[in-house]
Structure formats: structure tokens, C-alpha cells
Design a protein around this ligand. Structure first.
Ligand code: OOG
Ligand code: MG
Length: 258
């Protein structure tokens, strides 16, 4: 077995057992970003072998707020399966997670596959739906901390669960610079603007096209893309109701149980 598969299994087991582990670079200090994406892909292959289906891709670390919170300084992607999706207004059980956090996202549904080096107009032409979304992150690393980009990439960019609200026609919305407001149990927990996502959330699609081309991921028609959180993530507590309001889009909700 190659190291890549062994590392993927290490993270896979930690996730299934809800157990924190040391970051991979503690004993693989030379893990490259290329190898980290290979570990991520091997982890997704393990999930597919267990019957899960890839339905979405998420960009991460596309806003300054997130990069500062994680002390990591370049955008990354992660792959999301049907088993990670929670219905709008559905429930997430904290006992399924290690130490999860929630963050506000804007989702795009693709009518065409993403490619490398797309212009903004070309990326926008791939989109046939826009929705508000919540992403729940959960790191497999001790204390939800890591000190390198390869660690977080290998851990599928801390992916855990996501919720997508009702889709709107892209012709009816302009999400370049709108307010994003996440409310937890009636109290505003995070406020930002969509322009904090790569300057424009559509730019996240262009960046994903480039990263996917570089690391060998196919982002097909029908795929959903989360463009990255506009604000820092917020730790989740039981009995909370999380709602995200994005101006011009339908609100999306998540209920959190113990
Ligand atoms: C990495 C994932 C970041 C986002 O939207 O910025 C992310 C992390 O914060 O652990 O999903
Ligand atoms: Mg995110």
C-alpha cells in the first residue's frame, strides 16, 4: 500500500470513529500539496466504495476572514457527497461530529463543466442556479488546528455537512456584492458581504476551474459548487437553529441537536 492510501485510511478511520488525530505533517513533514490532493481523492474513493456519490465541490479559504481564522493563505477545494447533504431546515446531530463549526456560503449549480482559465463571463455562463447555503465544517485534527495547507487539503478541506436553500435563476440575481447574515438562535453570529468571497463569488468558480485542472478533479455539469465562506466560521452548540439570509436569495436553515 502506498503512503497516499495509508494516509487516506488514517483520516477515514478518524472520521468514522469521531476521533481527533495529529496532523499528517507531524510525521510526513514533506507532504506536498499535490500529494495532499491525492490523499483527499483516495478518501473520496473510500466513501464512494461505501456507496456515497459525489454531488458537490466546495472552495475554501476564499475570504480574508477565513484565511485569518485558519492562518492559511491560499484557496483550496474539497469534495462533497450525498451523505454530507442535509435538507433545508433539516437536523444535524452534534454527536456525529468531532468539533464542528458553521459558516455562510453561496452555492452555484452548474449546467456545464468547469474548465481551467475561464473568464468571469465564461464561469457565469456555466451557472444555472444560485442559492444560499450553510456549510458545517469538522476537522479530523486535534483542536481543529493545522499548520499547513497540505494537512487541511488531505482532510478534504474540513468538509462535513452542507445545506443548500432554494435555487434561483441566475438571470434574476447578482451576487457580486450582497449582504450575508448568519443568525444563530435569533442572534446575529456573522455578517459579511459576498464581495469578500474572492472579490466576487463567481471568481471562486474560476479559481476552482484552475485548481481542478491542476490537481486532476473533474467538476461536471449538474455539480453544485460552494464558493467559500464570506466570514469566519462559528462553533456549533446543541439546540441551536442556524439561519442564513443572503440578500436576493431564499433563506436557508439548519437545526442542531445534541
Ligand atoms: C478549511 C475549509 C474552509 C471555507 O469556506 O473557507 C472553507 C477550514 O476552515 O478548516 O470551507
Ligand atoms: Mg466553506
Amino acid at each position: 500500500m502506498t503512503d497516499i492510501d495509508a494516509l487516506a485510511l488514517r483520516l477515514h478511520a478518524a472520521r468514522l470513529e469521531r476521533r481527533e488525530i495529529a496532523r499528517l505533517t507531524a510525521d510526513h513533514p514533506d507532504l506536498s500539496l499535490q500529494e495532499a490532493y491525492a490523499v483527499q481523492a483516495a478518501g473520496i474513493a473510500l466513501r464512494e466504495a461505501a456507496g456515497e456519490r459525489v454531488v458537490a465541490v466546495k472552495m475554501g479559504l476564499t475570504s480574508e476572514g477565513k484565511r485569518r481564522q485558519m492562518n492559511l493563505h491560499a484557496p483550496v477545494y474539497g469534495v462533497l457527497t450525498d451523505a454530507m447533504q442535509v435538507a433545508d431546515a433539516g437536523t444535524l446531530a452534534l454527536r456525529d461530529a468531532i468539533h464542528c463549526k458553521v459558516e455562510p456560503e453561496i452555492a452555484f449549480r452548474l449546467a456545464r463543466p468547469l474548465r481551467s482559465r475561464m473568464t468571469r463571463a465564461e464561469a457565469w455562463a456555466c451557472v444555472d442556479g444560485v442559492a444560499a447555503a450553510l456549510e458545517v465544517l469538522d476537522s479530523r485534527y486535534v483542536g481543529f488546528k493545522y499548520f499547513s495547507l497540505p494537512d487541511v487539503v488531505a482532510d478534504n478541506s474540513s468538509s462535513f455537512r452542507f445545506v443548500v436553500g432554494s435555487w434561483r435563476d441566475p438571470a434574476d440575481v447578482d451576487v457580486r456584492d450582497v449582504e450575508v447574515r448568519m443568525v444563530v438562535h435569533g442572534v446575529v453570529a456573522a455578517v459579511g458581504r459576498s464581495s469578500e468571497i474572492s472579490g466576487d463569488p463567481v471568481v471562486s468558480l474560476q479559481q476552482l476551474g484552475d485548481l481542478a485542472g491542476e490537481y486532476g478533479l473533474h467538476v461536471p455539469a449538474g455539480c453544485v459548487v460552494l464558493s467559500g465562506a464570506a466570514t469566519a466560521a462559528v462553533a456549533l452548540e446543541a439546540a441551536a437553529v442556524v439561519r442564513l439570509d443572503v440578500a436576493g436569495l431564499a433563506a436557508v436553515e439548519l437545526v442542531v441537536s445534541a
